[in-house]
Design a protein around this ligand. Sequence first.
Ligand SMILES: NC(=O)c1ccc[n+]([C@@H]2O[C@H](COP(=O)([O-])OP(=O)(O)OC[C@H]3O[C@@H](n4cnc5c(N)ncnc54)[C@H](OP(=O)(O)O)[C@@H]3O)[C@@H](O)[C@H]2O)c1
Length: 306
Amino acid sequence: MESDTDVLTAGSPVNPVGRLLVVGAGYTGRRLAAAAARQGFEVVQTSRRPPSGATPGPWLRFDTQGGVIPEPADLQRITHLFVSVPPDGQGGDPVLRLLESRLGALPLVWAGYLSTTGVYGDTAGAWVDESAPTPARPGRSQARLEAEQAWLASGLPLQIFRLPAIYGPGRTPFEALRSGTSRLIHKPGQVFSRVHVDDIVGAVLHCLALPAERRPTLLNVADDEPSSSSETLAYAAHLLGCPLPPLERFSSIEASLSPMARSFWQENRRVSNRRLCRELGYRLRYPSYREGYRDCLSSSKGEPLG
Ligand SMILES: NC(=O)c1ccc[n+]([C@@H]2O[C@H](COP(=O)([O-])OP(=O)(O)OC[C@H]3O[C@@H](n4cnc5c(N)ncnc54)[C@H](OP(=O)(O)O)[C@@H]3O)[C@@H](O)[C@H]2O)c1
């Protein structure tokens, strides 16, 4: 079977659907790049450290902190832009800060920006859709809102994809269960929304296949079943056939958590995918963590337990 690397090194398609620039080819960006290449896009990816042996052209160096930006010649004929670089806390968006004038000169027909459902804040477990308020709060959420606002003000043909916790191959509870580092934490009433990385890719490509006027500017990409972390961990342990770690009550361990982990647990919301699945007709490949975890486990078979 053709691998992602094969697809991306096979050379440019003869009549590409478009030329896609993936700014920030990390976990999600690389999977989107590979899927777009399979659909006939010519793909260019950026990283602060492109993989060793990577061909220049398909890979560009881009580092907002080091001020390393691609040359205009490398960006010629880019028609589609996909950005997955997070904000850096300096206000606005780091990609736009360095590249806005170069991007504005491109024949772009579509730009996708990956954001987070963290912008909705804590809703005490209530469902949120794209019309929900995005309360200003200091820290990461405020930085993300400012980045979204900078993209919205860019005048590019933009779609913002708001994502909950991303999981997929290599990013599941299996890794921590196998290494004995997972924690079973229970906070009554607390749920988290999630999405499998291939449903982000699927949702983005689904939007690209729609007529431009049907593409919403804001889109939540989440699965159908927000669930507690203890429920999902229990299912992962069941699939692995390994014991669960001892149950810890959130109230007893809260003080020992890092500020990042504490802020994660302070927000309780259910993210609605109604717009994506009902209005735009996208069919989730992984409607819940159960299908997603089973698939991740079968694709990682052979890895030793603990
Ligand atoms: N992970 C989650 O659960 C989650 C949830 C909601 C939203 N999000 C957001 O969704 C997006 C994609 O998530 P992901 O997990 O796929 O991200 P990821 O794997 O961390 O990839 C992020 C990409 O951004 C690039 N990047 C980071 N800092 C940069 C800088 N200073 N200059 C240039 N490039 C830089 C990285 O470059 P290198 O290739 O050099 O590392 C990488 O390619 C991110 O914005 C993330 O914040 C993530």
